[in-house]
Design a protein around this ligand. Structure first.
Ligand SMILES: Nc1nc2c(ncn2[C@@H]2O[C@H](COP(=O)(O)OP(=O)(O)OP(=O)(O)O)[C@@H](O)[C@H]2O)c(=O)[nH]1
Ligand SMILES: [Mg+2]
Length: 471
């Protein structure tokens, strides 16, 4: 009923901005709003090119009990302090009302067109919980322990695994024991996500970003080494952990997805391919697995929980490799190819029936410029920018002030090469190095007007995601 009543208002479009943590969701949403409200340069966005875009305003969002996306705060940080927004800790929402002139005679005769664009921002870690919904505690435990025993994870998982193997699942339901196990497990997840490993498969997501639920029983569980068969005896540690795992799904995970994902019309899936490339082959394979599991949950129909909950059909999905400004534009096609390779299987398996799918490399905020540098008689396509304070390259620590020209390395023509060990003579991952740059200074015109945030292909993304709804 609510959905029906809602659809009676002015035309609206709910855009899902999906992505793992640090993929670039908050920056993407901020840049999108900034460009639409500040007359950004969007030549590949048809309504802009045709001069039909009349303006955009931020309006109160749909859910009165959800915080408003702190657009102004984020812009201030980006443009005044030239620092990126902090990692998102809670959900927020925003409605942007876009005014346009219709492209058709009939449309124009009906007056100005209006589209309400609803966007939600949330901590990317929470997305990792979607695949948990189809798993029971036994499956969660065995998968998680198995993953922890993989060679790349052994060093960081050692303490937690050693402690787990000394715990008897059939022992008494001891709250303190559960707490200790949880602590070690959460520390392991944090280490897998952070540091140089940059792994993606680190559920449950709220363990990394608990928000105000920190310390609650629903967030105080961990996997156990369970007997091959049988059920949890009453009052056992196993039963306690199992009930908390189920509570986590029921009271934490499902309500979030039901409220904020069920009505999506369009979706942009942001993927930080470059961070995975920095992390090496294992990080890339891990990212592929995480994307596969998550996208599988969007499969329409009865076979997945989310599929049953989706009340609208998502008819367009854009997969975007973010932060393309870390590369010279000559490499953007290759970046797109890698993303295609990363998501191909997931897209095929999820069979987004009928949805139009596109893949693009973009930068919501372009932090670099391009230059060609000659070195040893060779021309290298470089990028110019100010590395963030604390970035390290070849033992040089950057102070956040110095501008440099960087040749980040060549991406392979054939993305397949990244997913298997390199052959003789082939450059490995080590040849690639991406630094994080500070947001760019805003250009000011001779009249003293500051221009909107520069971007790469944000206009194409907009055209695909909402262009047809402004026709
Ligand atoms: N150069 C460049 N860096 C970007 C861009 N977008 C994001 N980044 C970098 O990526 C980081 C993460 O971006 P966010 O938008 O905060 O990522 P998020 O998906 O909201 O992350 P969570 O809130 O942790 O889920 C930023 O701090 C920037 O360092 C971009 O367009 N260009
Ligand atoms: Mg964020």
């Amino acid at each position: 009923m609510a959905d029906f009543a809602w659809s009676l208002g002015s035309p609206s479009l709910r855009l899902g901005v999906t992505g793992l943590s640090r993929a670039g969701k908050t920056v993407f949403i901020t840049a999108l709003i900034h460009n639409l409200t500040h007359g950004g340069r969007l030549p590949m966005f048809e309504p802009w090119r045709a001069g039909r875009l009349l303006g955009a305003d931020i309006r109160p969002q749909l859910h009165p009990d959800v915080p408003t996306f702190d657009y102004r705060g984020h812009v201030r940080k980006l443009t005044d302090a030239r620092v990126w927004p902090d990692s998102t800790r809670q959900i927020s929402e925003l409605r942007l009302t876009i005014a346009y002139e219709s492209a058709t005679f009939l449309g124009r005769s009906l007056g100005r067109g209006k589209l309400d664009l609803d966007i939600v921002d949330y901590p990317g870690e929470w997305l990792l919980d979607l695949p948990l919904l189809s798993k029971d505690y036994r499956a969660f435990s065995s998968e998680t322990l198995e993953r922890g025993r993989e060679p790349r994870r052994t060093a960081i998982a050692a303490d937690w695994l050693a402690h787990t193997s000394g715990v008897d699942p059939l022992g008494p339901a001891d709250d303190e024991a559960a707490g200790r196990l949880h602590e070690l497990f959460a520390a392991y997840l944090g280490a897998a996500r952070g540091g140089s490993l940059a792994l993606s498969m680190v559920p449950p997501g709220r363990f990394l970003m608990p928000g105000d639920l920190a310390g609650s029983p629903a967030l105080t569980f961990a996997p156990l080494d369970l007997p091959e068969s049988g059920e949890a005896p009453r009052d056992s540690l196993w039963a306690l952990m199992e009930s908390r795992f189920e509570a986590y799904k029921d009271v934490v995970v499902r309500p979030f997805f039901r409220t904020h994902f069920a009505r999506l019309d369009r979706q942009v899936v942001l993927v930080d391919v470059l961070a995975a490339l920095n992390g090496g082959r294992e990080a890339l394979v891990d990212l592929e697995m995480a994307l596969g599991e998550i996208l599988g949950c969007f499969r329409p129909g009865r076979s997945s929980w989310l599929g049953q909950v989706l009340t609208r059909r998502i008819d367009r999905i854009l997969f975007a490799a973010t932060k393309a400004d870390h590369l010279h534009h000559a490499s953007h096609d290759r970046l797109e190819l890698i993303l295609r390779r990363l998501t191909d299987r997931a897209i095929a398996r999820a069979s987004f029936s009928g949805a139009e799918v596109d893949v693009k490399a973009l930068a919501a905020v372009r932090a670099t410029r391009e230059a060609t540098v000659r070195r040893n008689g060779e021309s290298l396509p470089c990028i110019l920018g100010v590395p963030q304070e604390g970035e390290l390259l070849d033992d040089h620590l950057y102070d956040g002030k110095e501008e440099i020209a960087l040749f980040p390395g060549d991406l392979p023509d054939n993305p397949q090469a990244l997913f298997r060990p390199p052959e003789a003579g082939e450059p490995g991952f080590d040849a690639l190095r991406f630094l994080r740059f500070r947001p760019p200074p805003l250009e000011v015109t001779a009249e003293g007007v500051s221009l909107s945030l520069p971007h790469i292909r944000l206009d194409r993304a907009l055209d695909f995601l909402i262009g047809d709804r402004l026709a």
